[in-house]
Write a new protein. Structure first.
Length: 318
């Protein structure tokens, strides 16, 4: 089976080709099988859920086609070329190159817009879904080479009226980004998504340092303990006061004290970014990605195209 796919960068890519000259339809039909057959060769984030949102908010990324061949079933979906925020943090930790504060805050600003869009999703008849992401983390924030920041949902999202756990009975959130209420097995809320944004804000500004030391359940115990709130200003003395204040508000242990609306977070960050841009000039996410991560992009494209060429020939279109 050969299928036609669309890309977020174009209304119709059925007639276009990849850099290696492969038709996009052929590439799309094969890429899910590549991930299944060679998952360890390259870590390429593929958005597979219906709530992949970016700023400006795009139409949801949906499964465009399904099929089966001799290798088994496969999915055809949009592919977004970029790096997760966790990969970007690891790069700057490894190289010790500072991540410009303006860009770090832009990443979070745009992610907050995506979270807010998910929180406000409605059914076609206008009913508010009450969606909560539940797994906001650097692994689920994708920074594209096109300059867009997208929030991915790896399947942990929950709409109002459904339980706070998955069908397996297990919490899907990463422990290191869970709010105190989630760790206490309470239902996830908008405020718990914003607590996770607060942890990411701390890490982006503090060069990857987590606000709660330790790993796994040791870190969870610190979140639940009645200890002084992490102070971003102590860790990064040069951090602007407005950013430190926002960090305190997002990491408040009491959800009633915490900020409740992701759009408030985005608006606050937008003002801070505007001030920084006025001082140092605006910075482009797309330019940063091309300048700093071009080698990774090239290697991934080569790996994908080599793997596609190694696949058995696909059937001709019906």
């Amino acid at each position: 089976m050969r299928t036609t796919t669309t890309s977020p960068d174009s209304d119709d890519r059925s007639a276009q080709t990849t850099a290696a000259g492969m038709p996009w339809s052929e590439f799309a039909a094969a890429r899910s099988r590549i991930r299944r057959r060679w998952p360890s060769q390259f870590g390429i984030p593929v958005v597979t859920d219906p709530f992949a949102l970016t700023r400006p908010v795009e139409a949801p990324c949906s499964v465009l086609d399904v099929g089966a061949d001799t290798d088994g079933p496969y999915l055809v979906m949009d592919y977004y070329d970029g790096l997760t925020l966790s990969e970007i943090l690891r790069h700057h930790t490894r190289t010790r190159e500072p991540l410009p504060l303006q860009l770090a805050l832009r990443f979070l600003q745009d992610a907050a817009r995506g979270i807010h869009a998910a929180h406000e999703l409605r059914t076609p008849d206008g009913r508010h879904l009450g969606l909560v992401h539940r797994d906001v983390s650097p692994q689920n924030i994708l920074v594209g080479f096109d300059g867009a920041v997208r929030v991915m949902d790896s399947g942990g999202g929950k709409a109002a009226g459904f339980g706070g756990r998955t069908w397996t009975g297990l919490l899907r959130s990463r422990v290191g980004y869970m709010a105190p209420g989630q760790l206490g097995f309470e239902h996830a809320t908008r405020a718990s998504d914003l607590f996770a944004l607060g942890i990411i804000l701390f890490q982006l500004v503090a060069r990857g340092q987590h606000p709660y030391p330790g790993k796994g359940m040791e870190r969870a115990r610190r979140v639940l303990a009645n200890e002084p709130q992490p102070d971003l200003g102590e860790v990064v003395p040069e951090c602007p006061a407005e950013v430190v204040r926002l960090s305190f508000e997002l990491l408040a242990s009491d959800p009633d004290v915490r900020l409740q609306d992701a759009s408030q977070v985005a608006n606050r960050l937008e003002l801070i970014v505007a001030d920084l841009a006025g001082l140092e000039g605006p910075r482009s996410i797309a330019e940063y990605m091309r300048r700093v991560h071009a080698k990774v992009q090239s290697e991934r494209r080569e790996a994908i195209e080599a793997a596609v060429r190694a696949l058995p020939a696909l059937e001709a279109p019906a």
